[in-house]
Structure formats: C-alpha cells, structure tokens
Write a protein that binds this ligand. Structure first.
Ligand SMILES: NC(=O)c1ccc[n+]([C@@H]2O[C@H](COP(=O)([O-])OP(=O)(O)OC[C@H]3O[C@@H](n4cnc5c(N)ncnc54)[C@H](O)[C@@H]3O)[C@@H](O)[C@H]2O)c1
Length: 327
C-alpha cells in the first residue's frame, strides 16, 4: 500500500481528496495547520489508513519529523494562502508559505527519495488572453497579474526548469480551473458557490464584469485528476504540466447567472460595468484529456443544483460565517 502525504488536506480541495485516496487504496497522511478549523477531517477520522498531524509547513523541523515518522511515497502539495485577495492581504505570509515552504518541501521530497510530487497550481497563471478568439494552453505564455499567481508561476518554474532530472523523482504541476461544488470544508468565496448561495438566499447579487471568461471544474473532479497524476505512466507526467478542467466548461460570468436563473427565475441580479479585467482567459484542456484520458464527471449546472439544495435545506447553520471564506 502506498502512502500519500497531503499538505493542506483539511482544505476545500484536500478534504474530499483524502477520502477519495483512502477509498482507492492509499494510506493518507495529512498535515495542516487548520486555518479554517478541522471539521472537514471528521469524515475520515478513525479510518484505518488515515493519519493527521497538525503543524505548519513553514517549519523544517516539523516537515522532517513527518517524513521520519511515516514511509511516504508521494506528496500532494495543496497547503497555501489561497486566492488573490488573501495573498494581497498577507503578502509576506503568502511568500513564505506559497513559495519558500514549497521549495523547502521539494528539497525534502527529493532528499527523501519521494516518487510523485503533485503541485497544485492554477489557470490564473495565464492572466489575460492576448487573443480573445483563441484558447490558452500549456504552451501559452504566462502573465500572472496577482501575487497569488506570481508565486505559483515561480514554483512551477523551479519544478519544470530548474531541478536535476535524475533518479525516480517525478514532479507534476496541475493548473486547476476555478473550482466549485460541495466539500467537507465549504468555500463561498468562489464564483459558482457564492453566486448560487446569494441568489438562493433571495439576495440581490452584484456582478462585476459579466463578459469575462474563466474555466470552472468541480472539486470532486480535482480529486480524480490528482489520482491520475499519481498513477499515469511516469514518462508522460514527469516534469510535466497539465491544465485541469474541460474545454466545454469555460464560462462568462453572465453564463453562470443564466444557469442559476433556470432554477431561480426571479433572481435579482445587477450587472456592474467593468471594461477591463486582467484575468480573462479561455483555456484548452485537450492535453490532460488526450495524454491522461481525463474527463470531467460534473458540469457547472450540476454544481449549481447541489449548492442550491444545500442552502435551501439549511444544511449549514450560517453560510455567511467567515470560516467559509479565505478572506
Ligand atoms: N480553489 C480553487 O479554485 C483553486 C484553483 C486553483 C488552484 N487551487 C490550489 O489548490 C490548493 C488548495 O486550495 P483550497 O481551495 O483547498 O484552499 P483552502 O484554503 O481551502 O485550503 C488550504 C489549506 O492549507 C492549510 N494551510 C495553509 N497554510 C498552511 C501552512 N503554513 N501549514 C500547514 N497548512 C497550511 C489551511 O489550513 C487549509 O486547510 C491551493 O494550493 C490552491 O492554490 C485552488
């Protein structure tokens, strides 16, 4: 049985991933400092092949202890200060966690002869499309417009261009779409989740720059993509980068609203003109589909339906609580 270390495993992406990895036959070790609480781990607590160690990835001693204690085969590195606003608010911490700690973890992983190292990157790295009629792909130039994306680009650069390619070390960068859907750690600061929540609650929604494009992907499909990166042939994925999502799932914000209005016809939406948005990109996901056979299992309307039901059934006591947002 192989052991996967998941950093940030209590987060929005990590918490559904860890049950998926346990279900598919891995031993899972999570490290997380629980910035948003640890309720998201309750669903796997007590499972036979699950271990959790609370700590900070910025501490080299903590990381060494984790590698000493468990026979780790692979690392899925998710822990980060996530999103543009959170990084703008705490730039020093973002540099420390997203860049310095990521490089330290990479060094330790190489030193400890880890096999796969999956790095969670983002399609925000593309910034604004230079040609609005074209889709960007993995070979397109990167033009990060936020500290968050800039730090992801720097770590990618180290992984893809600066590491010695010897031994069995097999790092893979996954550039994720903007995510949506239900997770044990809910986030309502993500477009699909936030729009659906506010309109389900009968609020008026202000939408800035409805014409700008972005790709979206369900959080459960992230888990499937990460597992593919762990299991696909090494000669395909080693030192490689993949966009994660589906080409059919590029939406303008107005298109997401139209999907929500199919379920909430009297939704109150006010569009606020915004001529420029440095993050305007349509992304091609052909590479992950053709190289790794990845396809999505859910589309944005599925996510809207599941969020609306969660809100309508009042499953969460207070969906406006600050722990459901990264800022
Ligand atoms: N959510 C998205 O749309 C999206 C898109 C692209 C990429 N990503 C990437 O996926 C990863 C996970 O994102 P998420 O949405 O789950 O974020 P999240 O904020 O829900 O989870 C991050 C987790 O990391 C932990 N963490 C933060 N700093 C830490 C530290 N110093 N030591 C230990 N743990 C720490 C937090 O406690 C949290 O549980 C991130 O790397 C993010 O950049 C997310």
């Amino acid at each position: 049985m192989e052991t996967v270390l998941v950093t940030g495993g209590a987060g929005y992406v990590g918490s559904p991933l860890i049950s998926y990895l346990l279900d598919t036959g891995y031993r899972v070790v999570v490290i997380d400092k629980l910035s948003f609480g640890g309720e998201s781990l309750v669903h796997v607590w007590g499972r036979k092949n699950f271990a959790f160690i609370r700590g900070d990835i910025c501490s080299p001693d903590f990381l060494s202890q984790v590698f000493d204690r468990y026979p780790i085969d692979h690392v899925v590195h998710l822990a980060a200060i996530v999103g543009d606003p959170a990084c703008e608010k705490q730039p020093e911490l973002a540099r420390k966690v997203n860049y310095e700690a990521s490089l330290m973890l990479l060094d330790i992983a190489i030193d400890r002869k880890i096999d796969r190292f999956i790095f969670a990157s983002t399609c925000s790295n593309y910034g604004k499309m230079s040609d609005p009629d074209r889709y960007v792909d993995e070979s397109s130039p990167l033009a990060p417009v936020s500290l968050y994306a800039e730090l992801k680009v720097h770590v990618e650069d180290v992984i893809l261009n600066r590491l010695a390619r010897n031994g069995k070390f097999c790092p893979v960068c996954l550039r994720f779409s903007t995510v949506y859907g239900i997770s044990p750690r809910m986030r309502f600061d993500l477009t699909v989740n936030e729009f659906t929540k506010d309109l389900s609650l009968g609020r008026e929604l202000l939408v800035y720059g409805e014409q700008f494009w972005r790709p979206y992907c369900h959080v459960q499909d992230f888990s499937r993509a990460i597992r593919l990166a762990l299991t696909s042939a090494e000669d395909k994925v080693a030192f490689n980068v993949y966009n994660v999502g589906s080409t059919a799932e590029n939406y303008r914000k107005s298109m997401i609203i139209e999907e929500i209005e199919k379920l909430i016809p009297n939704a109150k939406v006010r569009y606020v003109a915004k001529e420029e948005d440095p993050r305007d990109y349509r992304v091609s996901f052909e590479k992950i589909a053709s190289d790794l056979g990845f396809n999505i299992s859910k589309r944005v309307p599925d996510g809207i339906r599941e969020i609306k039901k969660l809100i309508d059934d009042r499953v969460l006591k207070d969906p406006d609580e600050s722990r459901y947002r990264n800022i």
